[in-house]
Write a protein that binds this ligand. Structure first.
Ligand code: SF4
Length: 729
């Protein structure tokens, strides 16, 4: 074990807070402050502070498990476990073809693992059937960002710009609970004279900090954005010069917005016309402003259109691709950004290259030393893949995900997983999904292995190994190496993360998410490097849709110069400095202009009716993370957030005859969940809220609707119709 503090980053959310890991007396590590990392400046939430507890948890897996004839999981050696997985995958492939093998990844996997997993699926298994849980996280924002700007990077500017802008609209984001250290950016914004508008059906801890809280009915954010744009036009607040010089598609988008009268929008959303007018004033009067979205508007069956409408608001007012202005998405998972760039998404090759682009296939196939024609085409999206288990897809390899808790319509997903011919899961603990597997592999996590992640800012970071994994545990890269060899591919799956990263750099050279100029050495010396960061010796000429040349990378603007002192973007001797701010010169589209989205309002896939009269929305609490597979194993976090609950308004509680703490059954067309009532005026009377971190009786995702956005294939986690019943003894 290292003897001194190891500077690294948190295993959980996309803020990727800097922390030091210091040897602890019990042989493990403890978290100590790392004040030099500029994003969190030493601050951590409870999840980050307690993260080492998972590594030494009494339920930590330290031996492979295989299912025996009697149906129970029993400890086994690595050789037997890996042989069983190779056999299970090979059998499905021989019997039903390569697409009978599925691969499901996760947004918490490092860039190296995500890259290796995508490569494994496509050249070892030859399957198109790979996707990952990040599809559930921010794919609608990615789709809308790509459509509007030609490129998706969560934030096209560093967080340090937030306190210096004039107004921020936070849509469906609750950073006070999901990433608490980031709240200081919004506090500083207000201290500097800027204003904060929060859009959320609940008066969250974040909304309590806002100058203006708009509480639309769940599923109506699209109408709200259109109504605001209508008023922007009606009040003559558009930036016509900007629209002319830097955008296309305004006339169509404008016409669509003008059909959304404020009074009509008030009827749909429940947000009053005076509040709409106030929001427009606050957003338009300062010189600069931003819109930041999170899962609220994105996890809808119209999430792409909804984000597109918020981007339209930015474009119409000249607030994108300018200093201190723009649209951004607050990515959720620890490597939600990098995880969607390097090939574990159904339609992508590393570097954000498209699987359907012949030139992209040629480039990546050359790096992988395979025939481009041997690469499969795009596969199914995450929910569609889970839905196909046991029918078209007969064997599944799953890494870093727990869909039994996190997928929509979870009881159905659980049933699909059970119907597989073969399931293999690698994880750190026996998650609810791992418990269904035929083989479970105990793998190293976070502080036990080195790797890179890419934060919500697009900042590539180095997580360093601080201690050895327990005996009996291997890394995911070792697992893929061994499985590839057993399936006949002896080369191309190194186990050293830096070697994998160097290959990833070559695979992404010239691509939209170009990492070719980033090295472990640079990451070790700096506080991360923002992509795109092309290598000086990289291949010539990105293609039309590529970014490295069209976003003005390497062109130092005044704004970039400010950043270089505080975010260490590199030195001349390092080559390309990285790109903290995108789009300042032009957007990453063929003509350099941003594209308006011609969108109109439509209702959620499921609206309340007589049978299911209440809206359910789901989300997170501060002390738990995603499916809770890790955080539910930490005593301190369990004490703070021991279980699910149903948040409801006193008027709704009175109608039901429910008192605080009463067990409430929440019933949707997909199933029934039971959790205690938590009565508060902080929620709309027509809506209930459930956090989704828990399995079992209180599993919120038993209820959620898998209706998919037609573009992003994102399920509608944020709104469905339910009825409530008090459960009497
Ligand atoms: Fe970790 Fe996110 Fe908490 Fe920071 S805010 S400590 S990255 S979970």
């Amino acid at each position: 074990m290292e003897t001194s503090a190891t500077p690294t980053h948190c295993p959980y959310c996309a803020l990727q807070c800097g922390m030091n890991l210091t040897p602890a007396p019990d042989g493990g590590v403890e978290v100590t402050e790392r004040a030099d990392f500029p994003v969190n400046r030493g601050a951590l939430c409870g999840k980050g502070r307690t993260a080492p507890a998972v590594l030494s948890s009494r339920v930590r897996l330290t031996s492979p498990l295989v299912r025996s004839r009697d149906g129970a999981l029993r400890p086994a050696g690595w050789g037997e476990a890996l042989d069983r997985i190779a056999e299970g995958l090979a059998r499905a492939r021989v019997a039903h073809g390569p697409d009978a093998c599925g691969v499901f990844g996760g947004g918490g996997l490092t860039n190296e693992k995500a890259y290796a997993l995508g490569k494994f699926a496509r050249i070892v298994l030859g399957t198109s059937q790979i996707d990952y849980n990040g599809r559930f996280c921010m794919s609608s924002a990615a789709a809308a960002g790509n459509a509007a700007f030609g490129l998706d990077r969560g934030l096209p500017f560093p967080l340090e710009d937030v306190p210096r802008t004039g107004c921020v609209i936070l849509v469906g984001a609750n950073p006070a609970e999901t990433m608490p250290p980031s709240l200081r950016y919004f506090t500083e914004l207000r201290e500097n004279g800027g204003t904060l508008i929060v859009v959320d059906p609940r008066r969250t801890k974040t909304a309590e900090q806002a100058d203006l809280h708009l509480a639309p009915r769940p599923g109506t954010d699209l109408a709200l954005a259109l109504g605001l744009l209508h008023l922007v036009v009606a009040e003559g607040r558009t930036d016509e010069d900007y629209i002319r010089r830097r955008t296309t598609g305004w006339e169509e988008a404008r016409a669509a917005a003008m059909a959304h009268w404020p009074e009509y929008v008030e009827r749909i959303t429940g947000v009053s016309v005076p509040q709409l007018r106030q929001a427009v004033r606050m957003f338009c009067e300062p010189e600069s402003a931003m819109v930041l979205t999170a899962r609220g508007p994105e996890q809808q069956s119209k999430g792409t259109d909804t984000v597109g409408a918020w981007i339209n608001l930015c474009l119409a007012t000249g607030r994108a691709g300018r200093p201190l202005s723009g649209y951004g998405c607050l990515t959720g998972q620890g490597n939600g950004q990098g995880g969607r760039e390097h090939g574990q998404k159904a339609d992508q090759l590393p570097g954000y290259r498209k699987l359907t682009d012949p030139e992209a296939r040629r480039h990546v196939a050359e790096v992988w030393d395979v025939d481009p024609d041997s690469l499969p085409g795009p596969g199914r999206s995450a929910y569609e893949l889970l839905d196909a288990l046991g029918t078209d897809v007969r064997a599944l390899l799953l890494m870093g995900s727990n869909p039994v808790v996190s997928a929509p319509r979870a009881a159905h997903v659980e049933e699909r997983l059970r119907s597989l011919d073969f399931l293999a899961v690698s994880d750190v603990v026996l998650s609810e999904t791992a418990a269904l597997a035929d083989v479970v592999l105990p793998v190293a996590q976070w502080a036990e292995e080195t790797g890179t992640t890419t934060s919500l800012e697009g900042r590539v970071l180095l997580r360093r190994r601080a201690l050895a994994p327990p005996p009996g545990v291997r890394t995911d890269l070792e697992v893929l190496h061994e499985l590839a060899a057993r399936l006949g591919v002896e080369k191309g799956f190194p186990t050293d993360p830096e070697e994998v990263f160097d290959e990833l750099r070559r695979a992404t050279a010239g691509a939209p998410a170009d990492y070719s100029g980033i090295t472990y050495r640079r990451l070790a010396e700096q506080h991360g490097v923002f992509w795109p960061c092309p290598s000086e010796n990289g291949p010539a000429g990105p293609t039309e849709s590529d970014t490295a040349t069209v976003t003005g990378t390497g062109t130092r603007t005044d704004a970039d110069a400010d950043t270089s002192t505080s975010t260490s973007t590199g030195t001349d001797t390092d080559g390309h400095p990285g790109t903290p701010r995108l789009f300042l010169d032009r957007f990453a589209t063929g003509d350099g202009r941003a594209r308006f989205a011609p969108v109109s309002y439509r209702a959620a896939a499921e609206e309340p009716d007589e049978e299911y009269p209440v809206l359910l929305t789901t989300g997170r609490v501060v002390a738990q993370y995603q499916s809770g597979a890790q955080t539910r194993r930490v005593d301190e976090l369990n004490t703070a957030a021991p279980g699910p609950f149903v948040e409801l308004h006193p008027r709704l509680a009175a109608r039901l005859g429910a008192a605080e703490g009463d067990p409430l059954a929440v019933v949707s067309r997909r199933g029934r969940a039971v959790a205690p009532a938590r009565i508060t005026t902080a929620i709309r009377p027509d809506t209930v809220f459930m956090p989704f971190h828990w399995p079992g009786e209180g599993r919120a995702n038993t209820l959620t609707n898998p209706a998919l956005d037609p573009t992003s294939r994102m399920p509608e986690f944020k709104v469905c119709a339910v009825r409530l019943e008090v459960v009497r003894p």
